[in-house]
Ligand binder design. Structure first.
Ligand code: IPD
Ligand code: CA
Length: 281
């Protein structure tokens, strides 16, 4: 693969926003209709016809414009595509983050398009078509919501924070017990509160726009937080693994925080580190 120039990355970034809006139209038009629902890895891991349709639309669009680029998408991986993550230009896509919300018409759903080159996230686009919110960020140029610059909260004290997390889709007793132990530990810090929007990407975007101080979760995949992750960083925030160590996009765990102090304090409260098999391996 030839070296990618900044202007080629810019072209991909602009294209990502265009196709996120196209995908958003498909999601919006299906949002209030009856859904065709199937389960994947467990009873609470849902997929609909729209998830597959939107992923196909995005993959077809990218393949026709950038035929040499690699693609990693939730529904393709679920269907058995286990390509490794390489240094090549790679689009990491969740057609609908918040499928359970989509099924229940809870308006926090997002098309997520992240892009890596040399395994570094270069840009991310997260589009919620129900609220018409387009979050965008390219490395080194800031984060934006519908074109207006956004910034993380300045709060340094975890005890004054609003923390986001999720129940995830595992209903395994051991996993659930660890999840509740972590929630109790965080809540008893004490923090101001814990919220869940039902979408990893939307939770992270709340951190990016300063509406929450931190988001943590064990279990989501690279496509859930690749795009939103760079949006948090470009809004001034930080990404870490669940133990406060360096962030690994494929490790299926994340702390996205407004600053290192809050991120590190939160990591200390996560008494149960929950591991899942890594993505793309
Ligand atoms: C899920 C959502 C959910 C989070 C899960 C994700 P999906 O993604 O982001 O909030 O708890 O870990 O897998 O399945 O709706 O794309
Ligand atoms: Ca999804």
């Amino acid at each position: 693969m030839d070296i990618m120039t900044e202007s080629e990355i810019n072209e991909c970034f602009a294209f990502a926003s265009t196709i996120a809006k196209e995908a958003g139209k498909v999601i919006s038009s299906a949002f209030y209709k009856e859904k065709d629902i199937e389960t994947k890895a467990g009873v609470a891991d849902l997929v609909t016809k729209s998830d597959k349709e939107v992923e196909k639309l995005l993959f077809d669009s990218i393949r026709s414009k950038f035929p040499s680029h690699k693609l990693i998408g939730e529904e393709s991986v679920s269907a058995g595509d286990v390509s490794p993550h390489t240094n090549d230009p790679t689009w990491i896509i969740d057609p609908i983050d918040g499928t359970t919300n989509f099924v229940h018409r809870f308006p926090y759903v997002a098309v997520c398009i992240g892009f890596t080159y040399n395994k570094e996230i270069k840009f991310g686009v997260v589009y919620n078509p129900i609220l018409d919110e387009l979050y965008t960020a390219k490395r080194g140029t800031g984060a934006f919501l519908n074109g207006t610059r956004i910034h993380v909260s300045q709060e340094p004290d975890l005890r004054k924070c609003l923390v986001m997390t999720e129940c995830g889709s595992s209903r395994d007793d051991v996993v659930m017990a660890k999840l509740f132990e972590n929630m109790q530990s965080v809540l008893s810090t004490p923090v101001h509160t814990i919220h869940s929007l039902g979408s990893a990407a939307m939770n992270a975007c709340m951190v990016a726009k300063g509406a929450a101080e931190a988001y943590y979760e064990f279990g989501p995949h690279c496509w859930d937080f690749c795009a939103a992750g760079i949006i948090v960083e470009e809004a001034g925030g930080v990404l870490m693994n669940g133990d406060g160590g360096p962030f690994d996009l494929m490790a299926r765990q994340i702390i996205a925080a407004n600053n290192p102090e809050v991120g590190k304090s939160l990591a200390k409260r996560l008494v149960q580190q929950i591991s899942f098999p890594h993505d793309c391996q």
